[in-house]
Design a protein around this ligand. Structure first.
Ligand code: ZN
Length: 339
């Protein structure tokens, strides 16, 4: 055993066997000192690092909270136009108050989700949204608050969704559109309807009627430069249990998202919704994509749900839905005018 140790240590102890005890003592002392040094070098700074990490984590959390205060959109920070509306009432508040105040906690979530993936694109989308806002702010004729386009989806050969009882979506869409028209006209807005009859917007001899129909709807919107556009539809889903109104907006339009949140909030609050839905961004719906107006699609409910299909045909509920959409529109316009 000893030999083994000596043999192992031999190169370092060249010829010093006599002073073994003393040297071992010195070496042990050296090792001890080295250990103390190691402790000083690694462990204490380690504490410092931990402390530093803790601090920077706290800073991060603080920063997050601040960002939430100014609009809850980490992916979009620094963009001047986007947060302007919320900053008016938002900077002094606490994040939760802001969320509750603007009534779109779900919207905040959606936005933060988008921000990370499409922040850049959203900014480019803002250009048109900001442009709309400008056009909404100027030259409102006396006695009129501005133009709103209401688009009753489908029509003519295109019935849209057909409910289990046989009701056509195109019929219901027009009913809701006309009710909304009445309510918004009473508020002093000029209303342009894309259709006021059962017919679609296509020529009978057209080979692609749907395409012409959609193009003409967008043309009406563009020609009228409205404050905003509301397209009325009824939803469908393979699972018949799914129900509730839902508002869609073009995902890259900040203003349309605000309008959608406002209408969704009014509908969820004013109507007795079993399972309230969240407004949702979309990048494929033609009318959302192609119109430069602040445009949303309001799906009043699911025709594939027999109970909701029945409710959607009751006049009292129709009036409530139209009123909720109207209130959502008015709340959005009121906020927009304060910017
Ligand atoms: Zn539809």
């Amino acid at each position: 055993m000893k030999n083994f140790i000596f043999h192992r240590k031999a190169p370092a102890e060249d010829g010093g066997i006599r002073n073994m005890d003393h040297e071992t003592g010195v070496k042990l002392l050296q090792y001890f000192m080295l250990c103390v040094l190691l402790v000083l070098c690694f462990i204490l700074p380690g504490e410092g690092v931990k402390k530093g990490a803790k601090e920077s984590a706290q800073q991060y959390v603080r920063q997050e909270l601040q960002e939430n205060d100014s609009g809850g959109n980490p992916g979009m920070q620094g963009s001047s136009g986007q947060n302007a509306g919320q900053e008016n009432g938002g900077n002094r508040g606490i994040s939760t108050e802001n969320l509750a105040g603007s009534g779109n906690a779900a919207g905040e979530e959606e936005k933060s989700g988008q921000g990370s993936t499409a922040g850049g694109e959203e900014k480019s989308g803002q250009g048109s949204a900001a442009g709309e806002e400008e056009s909404s702010g100027k030259e409102i004729p006396a006695g009129q608050k501005g133009t709103i386009v209401i688009d009753a989806g489908h029509g003519g050969d295109d019935p849209g969704m057909i409910g289990p009882s046989g009701i056509n979506e195109k019929v219901l869409n027009l009913v809701y559109a006309e009710k909304l028209k009445g309510l918004l006209e009473a508020q002093g807005y000029r209303i342009v309807m894309t259709r006021e009859t059962e017919d679609g917007l296509y020529d009978e001899d057209q080979s692609n009627k749907k395409a012409q129909d959609m193009e003409r709807r967008v043309k009406i919107i563009e020609e009228n430069s409205p404050l905003l556009t509301v397209s009325i539809h009824q939803n469908s889903y393979p699972d018949a249990s799914v129900s509730g109104p839902q508002v869609f907006y073009f995902q890259h339009s900040v203003e349309a998202e605000k309008l959608a949140a406002s209408i969704q909030n009014a509908m969820n609050t004013e109507l007795e919704i079993e399972r309230p839905r969240t407004h949702k961004g979309n990048t494929s719906y033609y009318i959302l994509k192609r119109s430069s107006s602040v445009t949303v699609i309001v799906e009043c409910g699911f025709l594939t749900n027999p109970q909701e299909e029945e409710k959607l045909q009751e006049e009292e509920y129709q009036n409530q839905v139209a009123q909720a959409i109207c209130d959502g529109v008015l709340a959005y316009l009121e906020k927009a005018s304060q910017v």
